[in-house]
Write a protein that binds this ligand. Structure first.
Ligand SMILES: [Zn+2]
Length: 260
């Protein structure tokens, strides 16, 4: 009996000590895990503290808008007119009045349209290539006077430096070129119109730094940022074309050389 008891006791002690030993091992394992977790958390905090916070999309948009706002009256942004790669986007000897330019600036869209130009133009006026390039996108199925955004017709032309000229608001069936066409400077490419949310017949012209940025993301930053442009075949405009002023497209010697 005693032996049995001792035996049981002995057995119990052995079982208890195994369990205790296991618990101790488990406890120390947990402690080790806790220490590792604390170390990882501290290291993480250190790394996060040393890494500059990435700006959110909204913060970035705000920053770009502020930068663009500073450029609103900065004439130094405009390239020298005499060596400009651009001519006015209408035919020689014709004159048109500028409607809006920097009024396209909106803080809400980061000022992406800061350098866009609206040119008063009766529907059906011939639009010419301001700078040679390749046609990369066209659309002319919308009807004039629809008043809906982004239901506008357009031609997008990519230049050899990757920038993209946009000719917007064209009339219904007013695209005279096809995607992939190489177009020469001064070539008639389309007919102006009054499509999209316009406020009247006009040609919207701008140059974006890359793309194509197609609707509904046609004004997305950073690629859609418009660039300051001057035109070599008209009177001086060191700070860009001026709203309410009329500009005549003079015959450009370079264009005449290319004429057949
Ligand atoms: Zn416009």
């Amino acid at each position: 009996m005693v032996a049995t008891l001792f035996g049981r006791k002995s057995t119990n002690v052995s079982w208890y000590s195994r369990v205790s030993s296991y618990q101790l091992t488990a406890q120390s394992r947990r402690s080790r895990h806790a220490l590792v977790a604390i170390w990882v958390a501290l290291w993480g905090c250190l790394v996060v503290a040393q890494t500059p916070a990435r700006p959110t999309a909204a913060a970035e948009l705000k920053r770009v808008a502020v930068e663009n706002e500073k450029r609103l009256n900065d004439c130094s942004a405009y390239p020298d007119q005499t060596t400009s790669s651009y001519v006015l986007p209408w035919k020689s000897n014709a004159s048109h009045r500028i409607w809006r330019t920097s009024d396209h600036f909106r803080r809400g869209n980061g000022g992406v349209g800061l350098y866009a130009i609206d040119i008063e133009m009766p529907t059906g006026t011939e639009v010419v290539t301001s700078r040679e390039g390749v046609v990369i996108a066209v659309r002319d199925n919308f009807y004039d006077g629809n008043g809906k955004e982004p239901q506008e017709n357009y031609i997008l032309i990519q230049h050899d430096d990757g920038t993209i000229a946009r000719y917007l608001r064209l009339t219904h069936r007013g695209v005279l070129v096809k995607v992939g066409h190489q177009v020469a400077q001064g070539q008639v490419i389309g007919l102006s119109g009054n499509t999209g949310e316009t406020g009247g017949p006009h040609l919207h012209f701008d140059v974006q730094q890359c793309g194509p940025n197609l609707p509904p993301n046609d004004n997305a930053l950073p690629c859609g940022q418009t660039l300051p442009v001057t035109f070599r075949n008209t009177r001086p405009h060191a700070c860009g074309l001026v709203p309410s002023q009329v500009y005549r497209a003079e015959k450009d010697p370079a264009l005449q050389r290319r004429a057949p």
